[in-house]
Design a protein around this ligand. Structure first.
Ligand code: NAD
Ligand code: RM4
Length: 254
């Protein structure tokens, strides 16, 4: 059984990491998929090629989610290419690790603009399209375990992830009457570009691994199943929920 047969999905930050894995799995599960990204065009083209190899339609849309105009533009492109928007995955994010006391204002504000403001406008644009279509929909935001716990070098980042988690809770209420479900996934530490430098510190990496009951850091593909599940009709009565996908790290106090 294909969980997303006949559906269309848009995902921000779909060229690498978690967004890439979600886009490819969604295509394997029967969805046509459009990705948004910044940076490396070849990486985005490769994801589109994998979507097409799964027999689905795919396209890539290069735009900075911090630019408010990118949100209606991405959704309009999705409608033009795929006909409708059934599923929206708000995933694009950055984490430029930095100490708190001398955090440059630009670093704080850029992180807020991309991770939180970008998510807000993207989700709002997708929701308006879903309401206009009239057939409901599913929105999944990639929040983080960092919505629930802090990080010494993440004082700019963790509030954005708490904000995204909260955005899904409030949007679930605002959009329930339209049959649009809103949920978040809370990944633990997943090996991607976002933390490649941070985890190059062998001591820190060992410390992170030691906290995880399942005994390893995550891979982007570990998020694909949970995102597809929340997007699918199997989760038809799930809204306003947050799913930790962290190998058990959060609950491991002692
Ligand atoms: P990644 O760096 O591999 O992927 C980031 C993606 O977002 C890329 O496709 C990139 O092009 C895109 N992107 C970055 N800035 C953008 C912008 N301004 N506009 C549009 N696209 C932009 O990292 P990842 O780990 O896959 O991160 C994806 C999401 O997962 C982020 O929101 C991150 O906070 C979240 N997350 C990651 C982890 C982890 O440990 N890797 C844990 C919890 C949550
Ligand atoms: C996550 C979590 C991880 C970190 C990434 C960048 O939300 O905090 O530990 O590596 O962000």
């Amino acid at each position: 059984m294909m969980l997303l047969h006949g559906k269309t999905m848009l995902v921000t930050g779909g060229s690498t990491g978690i967004g890439r894995a979600a886009a490819i799995e969604a295509a394997r599960q029967g969805a046509d998929v459009g990705i948004n990204y910044v940076g490396d065009d070849a990486a985005a083209d490769a994801v589109v090629a994998e979507i097409q190899a799964a027999g689905r339609k795919g396209f890539a849309f290069k735009a900075d989610v911090a630019d408010r105009a990118s949100a209606p533009a991405f959704v309009a492109r999705g409608v033009a290419e795929l006909g409708k928007v059934d599923i929206f995955v708000s995933n694009a994010g950055i984490c430029p690790f930095h100490a708190f006391l001398d955090m440059p204002a630009e670093t704080f504000e850029r992180t807020m603009d991309v991770n939180l403001h970008g998510a807000f406008y993207m989700v709002q644009a997708a929701a308006n399209q879903m309401v206009a279509q009239g057939g409901g929909g599913a929105i999944v935001a990639v929040s983080s375990i960092s919505a629930l716990v802090g990080g010494e070098f993440q004082t700019h980042y963790t509030p954005t992830k708490a904000g995204v988690h909260s955005l899904m809770q409030s949007a679930a209420i605002a959009l329930g009457r339209h049959g649009i479900r809103c949920n978040s996934v809370l990944p633990g530490t997943i090996l991607t570009e976002i933390n490649r430098d941070d985890l190059a510190d062998a001591d820190k990496r060992r410390r992170m691994e030691a906290r995880i009951p399942l005994g390893r850091l995550g891979q982007p593909e570990d998020l694909a199943g949970p995102i597809v599940f929340l997007a699918s009709d199997l989760a038809r009565y799930v809204t306003g929920a947050a799913l930790l996908v962290d190998g058990g790290a959060f609950v491991n106090l002692q």
